[in-house]
Design a protein around this ligand. Sequence first.
Ligand code: HSE
Length: 399
Amino acid sequence: MVNVAVLGYGTVGSGVVEVMDINAREISSRLGDDVQVKYILDLRDFPGDPHEAQVVHDFEIIMADPEVRVICETMGGMEPAYTFTRRALEKGVSVCTSNKEVVAAHGPELIRIAEDNKCSYLFEASVGGGIPIIRPLNKALTAEHIESITGILNGTTNYVLTRMDEDGVKFEDALKEAQELGYAERNPEADVEGHDAARKIAILSSLMCGGNVRYEDIYKEGITAITPEDFKYAHAMGKSIKPLAMSRETKEGFFAMVAPFMMDSSHPLYMVKDVYNAVFVSGNTLGDTMYYGRGAGKLPTASAVVSDVVDCARHPDKTVACVWDETDVSLTGIEEYRCRFFVRVPESAGEAAREAFGTVEAVDAGISGEYAFITCVISNAEYEAAASKVDVITRIRVL
Ligand code: HSE
């Protein structure tokens, strides 16, 4: 019997217990052992819940029980999740988490503590919800030199932009829907301003290069400035606007960013809609691979946590390997990143814009009073220099 404690009985924590109940037979037969939820830690009581009897309010009860082999940390937020995780790992108890905040901030340190104590710190659910992406990077792609990762890593912003794109729903209404569906963070600013996706691409980038990519160093732009007019232009060009997170190894160094991009309908990520996420990974000998699934939500995220529980249980008194060094990776700046830009200016500034940006491709979406165009491939520094000479209404990078 593998005894598990679940920390936090909210959306993901209750999902973990549910997945273990629904799929108990599959889990037992694949593991060759039963998994049992022995404790659920939460401040609240849950009268009438089928797992009411397992609810405890004191973490020390879990720490004092030598039968607990794996902890699922589904509390969210930094504290007390980080302290509880450390305490468990220091005691040799494996921890499986969906908490990207803790993973992005303390991942390499917690992995080292797990190694020192012959247990594991696993975080499949921290990126892309239910999509297997951490395990592929750590296990299936170990023969590859990964050159780039491009992903839609935030379900809330993808849901919001899809609803704006396809149904003309207002930003605020679409965000409210995403919150009601349980996709958004407690503070949805983390979603719409790109912090959540930055944490996730920091985790993937760290696994890609083996060093520590700090999420604070990642350039990010949110989606709050995207308007229905931007979608009209995108439609006129056969494109959509997608919330992307990317990391690239370039000649100049390692670069990562989070921003909305205009994307052509021919790109594989174009079809990734609603709460779905996808991660597009390019390796030097493998070429392109893509991983797709539900990026947020109770059961998909919980399924990924439980898959980690099975992995831990399969490796008792051992560490499931993960190469993520504590040395910080220095990232190249946004100034050198090169792409085309979609730009809108007032009609009166059209000539000045053509002078400032040189050769551009005009875009007509039937919107009067303004001039819109796409630039050649230029660096962000070149864009800023040209844009400083005109009154730009909005600009969106083009993939
Ligand atoms: N708020 C996150 C999202 C939840 O929308 O993707 C999953 O990490």
